[in-house]
Design a protein around this ligand. Structure first.
Ligand code: COA
Length: 189
């Protein structure tokens, strides 16, 4: 795995950019009814291919996107975590989204991934605010947002479902550090 493709690291995971060789793993994940339970249904292989092509295009354009979650212990692609572009009340927001294979649920894996993506968003990308969209019956996902420091901000209808919007703002010290880095960069230009 080249350093260029790695986005963030967590104790048990490496988050890296997707590439075309990931199709089998993505198609298997997105065809699993448990993984897709709170979504619009399982994906066909063609739908997974379009998703993968979109994620690869995002990377080429340097747009924040979803990243492959590689499990260090067995070197398998076990899910994804990253950014989805959303609107909340007319405002552009980046959502932290995630899906993981059920063999790896309830071990704190999604929380590790979500925290790493949050820190990457506030640190490297200098974002001010992040959200996660939660289906009211998706208790596990809600718990991940809480463990990621997010709080319920509003409720919306998303793709026809009542959806809770959890959010977190960039912590003050990160904001101050970013401003300092920007000032220092200007000084040396
Ligand atoms: C949501 C999802 C990512 C969570 O992954 P995970 O690796 O199991 O998450 P974690 O282990 O970090 O945390 C899960 C938490 O939810 C809790 N939990 C799990 N099922 C629960 C349930 N039915 N009711 C209440 N809490 C539940 C766990 O106990 C754990 O909390 P704890 O650490 O306080 O004990 C995973 O279930 C998944 O991929 N689901 C399908 C896709 C999905 O729903 N994605 C999100 C919305 S698109």
């Amino acid at each position: 795995m080249s350093a260029m493709t790695i986005i963030a690291e967590a104790p048990r995971l490496i988050l890296r950019r997707f590439d075309a060789t990931d199709l089998d793993a993505v198609a298997a994940l997105m065809a699993n009814p448990d993984v897709m339970r709170f979504s619009l249904g399982v994906y066909s292989r063609e739908q997974s291919l379009s998703l993968l092509e979109r994620l690869i295009a995002d990377n080429k354009a340097n747009r924040p996107t979803l990243y492959a979650a590689m499990h260090r212990a067995d070197e398998k692609l076990i899910g994804y975590c990253g950014f989805l572009h959303q609107k909340v009340g007319g405002k552009d927001e980046l959502e932290i989204g995630y899906r993981f294979h059920p063999d790896y649920w309830n071990q704190g894996i999604a929380t590790e991934a979500a925290r790493a993506v949050r820190d990457y968003g506030f640190g490297r990308l200098g974002l001010d605010h992040l959200v996660s969209f939660i289906h009211p019956d998706n208790h596990a996902s809600r718990r991940v947002t809480e463990k990621n420091g997010m709080q319920l901000e509003t409720e919306i209808i998303f793709r026809g479902f009542p959806t809770q919007v959890f959010g977190i703002s960039r912590p003050v010290q990160t904001a101050a550090l970013c401003k300092l880095q920007i000032k220092t960069l200007w000084k040396f230009q």
